[in-house]
Design a protein around this ligand. Structure first.
Ligand code: 5GP
Ligand code: MN
Length: 323
């Protein structure tokens, strides 16, 4: 797919990503937004995303995102083309009506759980990130330092800085072409991926200390209650990275991390080292994701959620021959 070709007849182009946008979602959306505005200055291009974490404020024009609409503002606008990135339409949040009303829709994603929801779909579950797919659909000669940086940020976030198994030779080849544009990649990695606020460090500490091992040490579980988040004046953005840290524990095959989003409601993050397909489990509970990283929202107490998930994890571990 070449995105410039797909949108050439459209006067008004909308772009949206998933609710609670992560680094890949923000990077992919911003890169495509900057690219389309650069290539088609005569067209209207609008990006609808929930407020990204402030670590992403190093991306050019990020303040132009239409967070107003995402907060439940009215969205009377209509678009000739609406592009959903890093998700199917169901998780576009308040931008979903814009997608539904658009004359033509495009879906670009790398989630194995997404079957494609657009008039045109470009879904590649083997790609490291949606940002890598954005690189593929734009013309490299039209790239500049700012667009390259946004794509790079997306890739490092979904690959854990080129560490996870979704990193391919192509991912690294693309990264090398991106850093050639000259942005300070070392600072980008430090400031957007590794650096934490003090509150984030404290929450990580609590999650680690309060974690438990179940299934004979094969599964690690931890969670943060709403009252803890409130005490620290923190939100979901402050919990990024905790689940991956837990899952680094030796002999652990998979990790459940959850934070409370309401009365008897938890947002669940699942990670696997490869023997358990957590995407399958997340999809079963109405969520989605990748084989080794997935998520869903579940109802019940902390222990209800753990019990419901462990049934599926145990079954898969047994099948994989892990006792
Ligand atoms: P995380 O655990 O970091 O929130 O998410 C891991 C992966 O699963 C990400 O690729 C994310 O987009 C996906 N994911 C997390 N929660 C959900 C969900 O509720 N629904 C779907 N479809 N995907 C999710
Ligand atoms: Mn992604």
């Amino acid at each position: 797919m070449k995105i410039a070709e797909e949108v050439k007849d459209a006067g008004r182009i909308g772009i949206g990503g998933h609710i609670r946008p992560d680094g890949d979602c923000v990077g992919a959306c911003m890169a495509l937004y900057l690219y389309l505005r650069k290539v088609f200055p005569e067209k209207t291009v609008e990006l609808f995303l929930e407020q990204p974490s402030e670590v992403f404020h190093c991306i050019k024009d990020i303040e132009r995102i239409r967070t107003d609409v995402m907060k439940g503002g009215s969205c009377e606008e209509d678009f000739d083309v609406f592009i959903a990135l890093d998700t199917a339409a169901d998780r576009l949040g308040a931008a979903k009506p814009l997608f539904d009303r658009a004359g033509r829709t495009i879906n670009i994603d790398h989630h194995i759980s997404n079957k494609g929801c657009g008039t045109v779909n470009y879904i590649d579950p083997h790609a490291s990130s949606t940002s890598e797919l954005v690189f593929r659909v734009i013309e490299e000669e039209k790239l500049d330092e700012e667009i390259a940086k946004a794509i790079y940020i997306g890739i490092i976030h979904d690959t854990g800085v080129f560490r996870y198994s979704n990193t391919s030779p192509e991912t690294l080849a693309i990264a090398s072409r991106l850093v050639a544009f000259g942005f300070d990649f070392s600072e980008v990695i430090e400031k957007t991926f590794y650096e934490k606020t003090y509150v984030q460090t404290l929450l990580l500490g609590r999650a680690l200390l309060e974690s438990i091992l179940i299934m004979d040490g094969k599964c690690m579980v931890s969670g943060i209650e709403k009252k803890t988040l409130d005490f620290y004046h923190a939100d979901a953005k402050d919990l990024e990275g905790i689940v991956s840290q837990l899952n680094q524990t030796r002999d652990v095959e998979c990790t459940i991390f959850m934070y409370q989003t309401g009365v008897l409601e938890y947002k669940v993050s699942l990670r696997s080292k490869g023997k358990v397909d957590v995407s399958r489990i997340a999809v079963y509970f109405g969520g989605g994701g990748h084989m080794r990283a997935a998520g869903c929202t579940m109802n019940g107490t902390f222990y209800d959620v753990v019990n419901n998930l462990t049934l599926h994890i145990e079954r898969q571990l047994k099948k994989a021959g892990v006792e």
